[in-house]
Design a protein around this ligand. Structure first.
Ligand code: ADP
Length: 221
């Protein structure tokens, strides 16, 4: 623990973060603010998939079939893509992981990778639990489709399927984390962008930095 904190104190002042939540919950928007403010390095598996599709790589050719249907890309493929990107993160940078893990197998692999690297991480979950909140997400995505040019945003049926897949396959990842006593920072995805980002900053980033500082102070005294 002490080694890790010393190492992080030199170059890294912020926690590694997983931004978790259903499509349209604002992971990308919140991520942009955190990157701007704290210099996080983003790994977005959605973006990685889109790059592979654009370049028509062998992985992209398989992934696109699933993406256009609003389904999850198979674990074997997405894990390979994620591992390649993860390797590129400098040791002293704080990663901001967006869109991964989305299944229990991904979660276990992710946890192992982080542990192996001596990295702890905080999970921020932006939630939409009521019918009204889900409706608001679909509206956001339909609106986003007008400018994003994302093929998987263009069809409301595909959007609804992505939410269904999230509820059936991805939500369970949070339950598993909780069962393992992982502390999850939850906030409704419906709210002012700046209000939510201030909450992430205060509740997650600053509290983490304070905890690191307290441990260091204790070690010195
Ligand atoms: P959204 O959060 O709006 O669904 P993303 O950009 O995160 O958008 O993901 C777009 C698509 O990329 C997903 O619908 C899925 O097909 C694929 N994808 C992204 N991340 C994963 C993942 N961790 N596991 C499986 N498929 C993924």
């Amino acid at each position: 623990m002490a080694d890790k904190i010393e190492q992080r104190e030199v170059g890294v002042k912020y926690p590694d973060l997983v931004l978790f939540g259903p499509p349209g919950c604002g992971k990308e928007t919140q991520g942009n603010i955190l990157i701007e403010k704290f210099g996080y390095v983003r790994i977005s598996t959605g973006n990685i998939c889109r790059e592979h599709v654009k370049a028509q790589t062998p992985l992209g050719l398989v992934a696109q079939e699933y993406m256009y249907a609003g389904e999850l890309v198979p674990d074997k493929i997405i894990i390979q893509m994620f591992q390649e990107e993860f390797k590129k993160i400098p040791g002293d940078a704080s990663p901001l992981i967006d869109g991964f893990p989305r299944t229990e197998d991904q979660r276990q692999l992710f946890h192992e990778m982080m542990t192996k690297e001596g990295r702890d991480y905080e999970v921020v979950a932006l939630t939409a639990n009521t019918e009204d909140e889900e409706k608001a997400l679909v509206e956001r995505l339909v609106e986003r489709a007008k400018t994003s040019g994302r093929t998987d945003d263009a069809d409301p049926d595909v959007i609804r399927n992505r939410l269904k897949v999230y509820n059936e396959k991805t939500g369970v990842v949070l339950d598993r984390w909780k069962a393992e006593n992982k502390n999850i920072h939850k906030h409704s995805a419906i709210g002012e962008i700046l209000g939510i980002s201030e909450w992430i900053q205060k509740e997650v980033v600053e509290k983490y930095s304070q905890r690191v500082k307290d441990v260091l102070d204790q070690e010195i005294s």
